[in-house]
Design a protein around this ligand. Sequence first.
Ligand SMILES: [Fe+2]
Length: 376
Amino acid sequence: MFDFNIENMGLKTGEINKLLKVSRVLNSTLDLEAVISEVLFQVLEAVGAEAGTLWLLSEDGELLEPAVALGPKADVIRDLKLRRGEGISGKVAESGDPLLVEDVTKDERWARRFDQSTGFLTKTMMVVPLVTTERCIGSLQIINKVNGELFNEGDLTFARALINQCAMIIENRREYTHQNQFLETMLKNIISAIESRDEYSVGHSQRVGRYSLMLAEEMGMQERDIKLLKRASYLHDIGKIGIHESVLAAAGPLDPAAAEALKKHPTIGAKILSQMEPKVVIRQIWAGVMYHHENYDGSGYPTGLSGDDIPEVARILSIANSFDRLTTDRLFRKRTTEEGALAEIEKGAGVLYDPVLVDLFIKAAMKQRHIDTAKL
Ligand SMILES: [Fe+2]
């Protein structure tokens, strides 16, 4: 949790209470836009301003883009961009120093093109930099006091106190997003490389992910579990990395030895997963990788688990996996229609698959068909 020091800032009790209230909001949501909107709203309300925009520097640092805008012309502002160093907000984002401007029309730094395109009348302005421990990542622009007065040092102090927290949260979320993107793309590429060893498997894990999530939504699964299920779907066949290509891409039916070798991929995958961290995340993914070929009646592999002893994530993957196998071409078998595949899955309810999940999967697939048909 981000913490901040409000001592020695000369703030009044009411202002401190507001800061604490916003601090609670900031730390209670992962929705960055909601966080920024709340901060901007609180600043506008506290200083009695007409409009405001929080500008963020783009990834390459060349542009300032509005993260959130509030006020009469907010809808228009959201589509506009500032060049690096352009206007008073751009200058503040570049220098890292706040500015109070009594009359923007007498300030040569002012980017008047904004008022020209929005029809808004900017008079006074207060701009505060968004500074993290390492750099300035944007600026908070507050426009026109409603009572016609000028912004003062007290307004500036309050806005800075709020925005300092916001800057750190934005930076942390960006870092989190980058790490996540890196992980997601790395996973996809590793899995693509494994799947490319067998032309009939290309895209299989992504499709299994799609079908698993479709079922998870029908089950009303929690967001956190959905994320883990998605990872488990991508990784469920990662153990195939340890299976020889002559088995994976065999030109004819597998002999008993090759079939046994292929059946090792869940345990190989589980072994790979068991060496990963953190365990609290890996545990559920591991279960999906290890048990996705178990059958509900205990006739599957590698352990012969049955019924609800098979972890839920694996029972989901088992259905999604079969649905994809049935609906894509294989070496010795043409794909079947979606209806045919659903009928096949239904036949396996209670034998191969969890019957409750089969019902939900069929329901979800029918809904999806309605959506797809409606799009035509
Ligand atoms: Fe598999």
